[in-house]
Write a protein that binds this ligand. Sequence first.
Ligand SMILES: *[C@@H]1O[C@H](CO)[C@@H](O)[C@H](O)[C@H]1NC(C)=O
Ligand SMILES: *[C@@H]1O[C@H](CO)[C@@H](O)[C@H](O)[C@H]1NC(C)=O
Ligand SMILES: *[C@@H]1O[C@H](CO)[C@@H](O)[C@H](O)[C@H]1NC(C)=O
Ligand SMILES: *[C@@H]1O[C@H](CO)[C@@H](O)[C@H](O)[C@H]1NC(C)=O
Ligand SMILES: CC(=O)N[C@H]1CO[C@H](CO)[C@@H](O)[C@@H]1O
Length: 202
Amino acid sequence: MSRLTRTASVVALLWHATAVISVEADSSLAPPGHDFPLCSARSEQPTSFRIRNLEYSHEKASPAAHLEFDLLNNSNNLTRHCSMADASFVAAGGQVKSEAWTACDNADVVKIPEAYDVTTLVRFDRASVNLVVNQTWYCDDVNPEYPIGFHGTSDDKVQNFTCISTDTVENCSAPDFGAYLWVYDRFDLPPYALEGLSPGRS
Ligand SMILES: *[C@@H]1O[C@H](CO)[C@@H](O)[C@H](O)[C@H]1NC(C)=O
Ligand SMILES: *[C@@H]1O[C@H](CO)[C@@H](O)[C@H](O)[C@H]1NC(C)=O
Ligand SMILES: *[C@@H]1O[C@H](CO)[C@@H](O)[C@H](O)[C@H]1NC(C)=O
Ligand SMILES: *[C@@H]1O[C@H](CO)[C@@H](O)[C@H](O)[C@H]1NC(C)=O
Ligand SMILES: CC(=O)N[C@H]1CO[C@H](CO)[C@@H](O)[C@@H]1O
């Protein structure tokens, strides 16, 4: 990376980091669900997502399809409403990139580890009706001095996916379902990282 590119990235990072700095100063900006009772214990046992109100819609003239659902993480009782449009959600046509991930809220994912945002990434293959959800979340319910981050994933063929199709649009929905959530990584965060209470920090 050239010095100029590096400077530009640092500037971009600092711009995004404004919110991060206030995370350390304001515990009300800690990631939601972090202090939910038994958050850590549940995340270390077999856990699950609950996926509700799933709807898929593709206007056939459009290169992208829309997918939305509510996602409850049963470890910390946190619900995310995911609403996304992406070309990778369209069936066939060779458009599907197997490694395409779409952020739950369709936003760009900014990788700032210190932000400790709950991030949710989604992959949906219309042909096989396979839905993969990756989420990163945080717990410090046992002791705020020892916060923990978790990476988990679910991978399911959506059951009873039912569609109404016209010449111009395909609309589909599915009944609510529970998805096994495999926690494939657990990582320790710096002391009090989620609280902004670290001694010596202002
Ligand atoms: C979980 O979240 C739901 C909806 O946000 C809320 O009604 C419920 O009381 C929460 N459960 C617990 C145990 O806090
Ligand atoms: C999604 O989860 C899988 C584990 O099933 C992991 O290997 C992969 O790196 C994750 N991808 C992203 C973009 O988080
Ligand atoms: C799918 O439909 C079948 C038949 O109606 C039903 O037995 C099954 O429980 C449904 N599965 C889900 C996840 O709703
Ligand atoms: C498909 O869904 C869209 C958006 O929800 C709706 O406006 C439209 O009427 C639906 N069309 C059919 C044929 O169900
Ligand atoms: C099936 C399952 O994991 N259910 C749990 C969902 O999460 C709530 C709390 O968020 C627990 O009370 C349930 O046992």
